[in-house]
Design a binder for this molecule. Sequence first.
Ligand code: NDP
Length: 294
Amino acid sequence: PEAEKIIDGKAIAATIREEIKVEVAELKAKYGKAPGLAVVIVGNRPDSQTYVRMKRKACDEAGIVSFHKEMPEDCSEEDVLQVVRDFNADPDCHGILVQLPLPKHMNEEKVLAEISLEKDVDGFHPLNIGKLSMKGHEPLFMPCTPKGCIVLLERSGVDLKGKNAVVVGRSNIVGMPAALMLMKKDCTVTVVHSRTKDPADICRRADVIIAAAGSAHMVKKNWIKKGAVIIDVGTNSVPDATKKSGFRLTGDVDYDEAIKRADMITPVPGGVGPMTIAMLLSNTLDSGRRSIAN
Ligand code: NDP
């Protein structure tokens, strides 16, 4: 039955958050200190505000201390850099998250590179990405969304070794790190992007597909090998007259058709989305443990 094929990201993320809560409590009991996460938000984009609120609530529930820094849209890049430096120096803060996108007059890469390597819980620092790509090296942190995809596969019992994996998308925050992580897990990885010739043919050879293109339903039924496992990162807003808001969220995969061919698949919403926050908490816990238990 199709229901058994669904990878329930919401449930897996909830389990992980419970596990984190227990470990945070143990750290606190043993060392009298909990991990701390600083969240920096610049400007008042409603979507960013929502994400930040969700992250802070998740911290509270797990017993992780969260420091909130809200800055006006018209502040300077130097102001943001100074806030990052202050958190870099704060021993109670073990992770720093700068909510993206930043206002256009700021250089995002410069701000992200200012975050101390040891507190880079988003895993976007060039050195952490570099280590992810090197044999014999491990990054201190891995980016949360692609890490969430890998954990979903592992917790669903998928053996990745030697599998053909296709990642659709090559962005710095999802596609590229997802491909590197799959390679580290001994997959044979192919990356599909906007210049790829015949993406359907490439996807049809995949045992595992991670779809992160941001293009609604681009991965069709006849792109999928029977028995493939599909992780759908896409979060696309499409018009839906039956919804009060007038739209609904949908993935990069034609789910209703794909579930008939795939062995396992993540829904949107309720698949990768909830895992991103769980991985942020997990990275913060790792960082806190490294610092507190030392
Ligand atoms: P980007 O727009 O930065 O990257 C999209 C990538 O997909 C690019 O590499 C692009 O190729 C490729 N691509 C786009 N269209 C096609 C196409 N038609 N055929 C082949 N390749 C294509 O997006 P992100 O990586 O930031 O995000 C991807 C999706 O994941 C989005 O829907 C986003 O909302 C979602 N997302 C979900 C998260 C979550 O659930 N927590 C977190 C982050 C993202 P090229 O490089 O050639 O331009």
